[in-house]
Design a binder for this molecule. Sequence first.
Ligand SMILES: [Zn+2]
Length: 312
Amino acid sequence: MRESSPDDSSLPPTKRRRFGGPSVPHLSTPFWFGDGDIVLEIGQHRFKVHRTRLQCSEIFSDMLAIPQPEDAEAVDGCPLVQLADSVQDWQVALKWIYDPDSFAVMQHPVPFPLLPSALRIATKYEIAALRAWAVSHLCARWPSDLERMDTASLPCAAEAITLARECEVPDILAAAFYALSLQRFGYNADGGRSHIVLSQADMRRLVIGRERLHDFATQLLLDPLSAAPGMPPFESCDNCREGLQHYWRAKVASDSQSPFERWLLREFYMMLTAPDTLFESGLCVTCLAWHKDAAWTRFDTLKTSMPRLFCL
Ligand SMILES: [Zn+2]
């Protein structure tokens, strides 16, 4: 059996070393370099790597500057450092540490599982460049400019919220909550298992946000021409009224057969950036001006109120 040094319990887990020979088998890993000069042990996995590579971490940099005690355990002639992290997280971090260029060239959206691993290790061990890489890709998936959200925002939104809490990336929260709120619990997709992933407080935020979004959509459905928050009531002309009402209701109504709620913010944004010219050509000048104004005001209102809708 292994024994712990009697006085190492005061050290943080990352700096503790165990003494005595290993009695459990260790699994080989792709990061076992013959000329490595330090061995990282995580569970039953060991990585023989280079101290110079670990200098990218402020924590390792400080730790390695401390002279090693003479009786420290050695593996393969190298000091052994035991880490209380997940193996998968370190495998991702070591891939970046040894080949940052392969990460730099990755295009949005990068595979999501890379992001929590990279971010957890980067945050805990203070690897600024790796954290910046992970945060930039999280922000690409869940941008603070909510109109830049795309379908890559939908999967893993609950995991992203939990990760944002754990590693302090609050900028992604509004987009991640909104992406999650679009997914119906009745379908066995991400939305339906949010309660397993989210904290109770964040689950409550999600429910409240969905209620408020539902109210927003219901108001527009009931009265598409005068329910715009921040806009004066509008009396359209007789010729345009029915067409306008029909157009707006069609944009707002959700399809009960769809696993998703209507993505209102995107609908409004599309009205601004890719207007339906055929529909608009049938409106009189006054009603067209109101229609365009309403699209902008409703888009802007929804976007800017999103953090408040989810109590962020
Ligand atoms: Zn008109």
